[in-house]
Design a protein around this ligand. Structure first.
Ligand code: TRP
Length: 356
């Protein structure tokens, strides 16, 4: 979505992101961030530039951070996932390889934190079916997945996401535009819980969205980069695989390379990828390649990706060789998240008069 198609409230949230960024830098200890991913496959370079890089920056600035591996959410459009355990452990490897530090940040899977899930029941009582039904992201995902029926889990997952955020009293949630409706539901739930059960002293602070400033990196076909579209470059890909994936990237028949995202999306995608890897602008890459054409552009992209991600990939290979360690990191994160969620559930029960 470009700035031109953003609504006024989205633009306000985007402006707020700049302010929040300054506040975070001034007083990192005032913030707790909850962020996360669905375990549907390997993280790719789009995730890296869109969110992982930012998470590591915030963590290193001293912000308290929890990362949820949303394994129930992955079930919204795939009921059986036989390789789930490998995907989850692979996610942990991706996180650590890019620099998430398990000695400060908490990495956990929400299915493993029973008390977090129990919060979903009272939260469901705070929103109406009509409100959930209006959620545009759920509608889009349901349509995109081509589902014949919508399960209760699919329909209510934004409420489950509210539990992911509120169980640990996160006050900042780094997200893309598509997640804003979920954050709105989370804020509604926090406010209504306070009104109903703790009117004197609000128990949940409505969290704020930290809208990601990074431009969306398109895939190798100019469309949204996504594992399911087969147009992504996984972080863990080898240099050779990267070369293969980028060599088959779509281009166009114009000889001279120029940065025109509107009319030449495939070329623009390769230019953006190269520029992000090199910390320069797509126009600079276009000028440099110029008349040399698409083959030279692909060669530049391959070199840039392989150079940028060489250290991450080397670290990931080491980590992947020790799955026992990765499981131990996750188990420790699950335990820390459980201690937090237990405390929240205890307080919630108190406030709801469930003390027998
Ligand atoms: N819905 C997010 C996604 O699809 C994943 C997610 C689950 C999440 N729980 C969250 C994101 C809580 C932020 C906060 O990518």
């Amino acid at each position: 979505m470009s700035a031109a198609t953003m609504t006024r409230s989205q633009l306000a949230i985007q402006r707020r992101a700049g302010v929040l960024d300054t506040e975070v830098r001034q007083d990192p200890a005032a913030f707790r961030i909850l962020t996360g991913d669905r375990p549907t496959g390997a993280l790719h370079v789009g995730h890296y530039f869109g969110s992982l890089q930012n998470r590591v920056r915030l963590q290193n600035a001293g912000v308290d951070m929890l990362v949820v591996i949303a394994d129930y959410q992955a079930m919204t459009d795939r009921i059986v996932q036989p390789d789930l355990a490998d995907v989850v452990v692979g996610l942990v490897a991706d996180y650590l390889a890019v620099g998430i530090d398990p000695s400060t940040s908490v990495i956990f899977a929400h299915s493993q934190v029973a008390s977090l899930n129990q919060l979903v029941l009272p939260f469901l009582s705070l929103v109406s079916v009509a409100e959930i039904g209006r959620n545009p992201t759920v509608k889009e995902e349901t349509a995109a997945a081509g589902l014949a029926t919508v399960t209760g889990l699919m329909f209510t997952y934004p409420v489950h996401q509210a539990a992911d955020i509120l169980f640990c009293h996160a006050n900042l949630v780094p997200v893309g535009l598509d997640q804003l409706p979920h954050l709105e539901i989370t804020r509604t739930i926090a406010r209504r819980f306070n009104e109903r059960y703790s009117p004197g002293e609000p128990y949940f602070a409505p969290p704020e969205a930290l809208l990601s400033a990074a431009p969306l990196l398109p895939g190798t076909d100019g469309q949204k980069m996504s594992k399911s579209r087969n147009n992504s470059i996984p972080l863990r890909a080898s240099a050779d695989e990267t070369a293969r994936l980028l060599t088959k990237a779509r281009t166009d028949s114009e000889r001279v390379i120029s940065y025109e995202p509107g009319t030449r999306p495939e070329i623009a995608s390769l230019l953006s990828l190269t520029a992000l890897c090199r910390d320069c602008t797509p126009e600079e890459v276009a000028d440099e390649v110029g008349k040399a054409g698409a083959a030279a552009l692909k060669a530049a992209a391959i070199e840039a990706v392989n150079e940028r991600f060489a250290p991450v990939r080397a670290r990931r290979r080491e980590l992947a060789a020790d799955p026992g360690y990765l499981r131990a990191v996750l188990a420790a994160g699950n335990e820390r998240a459980t201690a937090i969620a237990d405390g929240t559930l205890r307080a919630v029960r108190e406030l709801m008069h469930q003390r027998y």
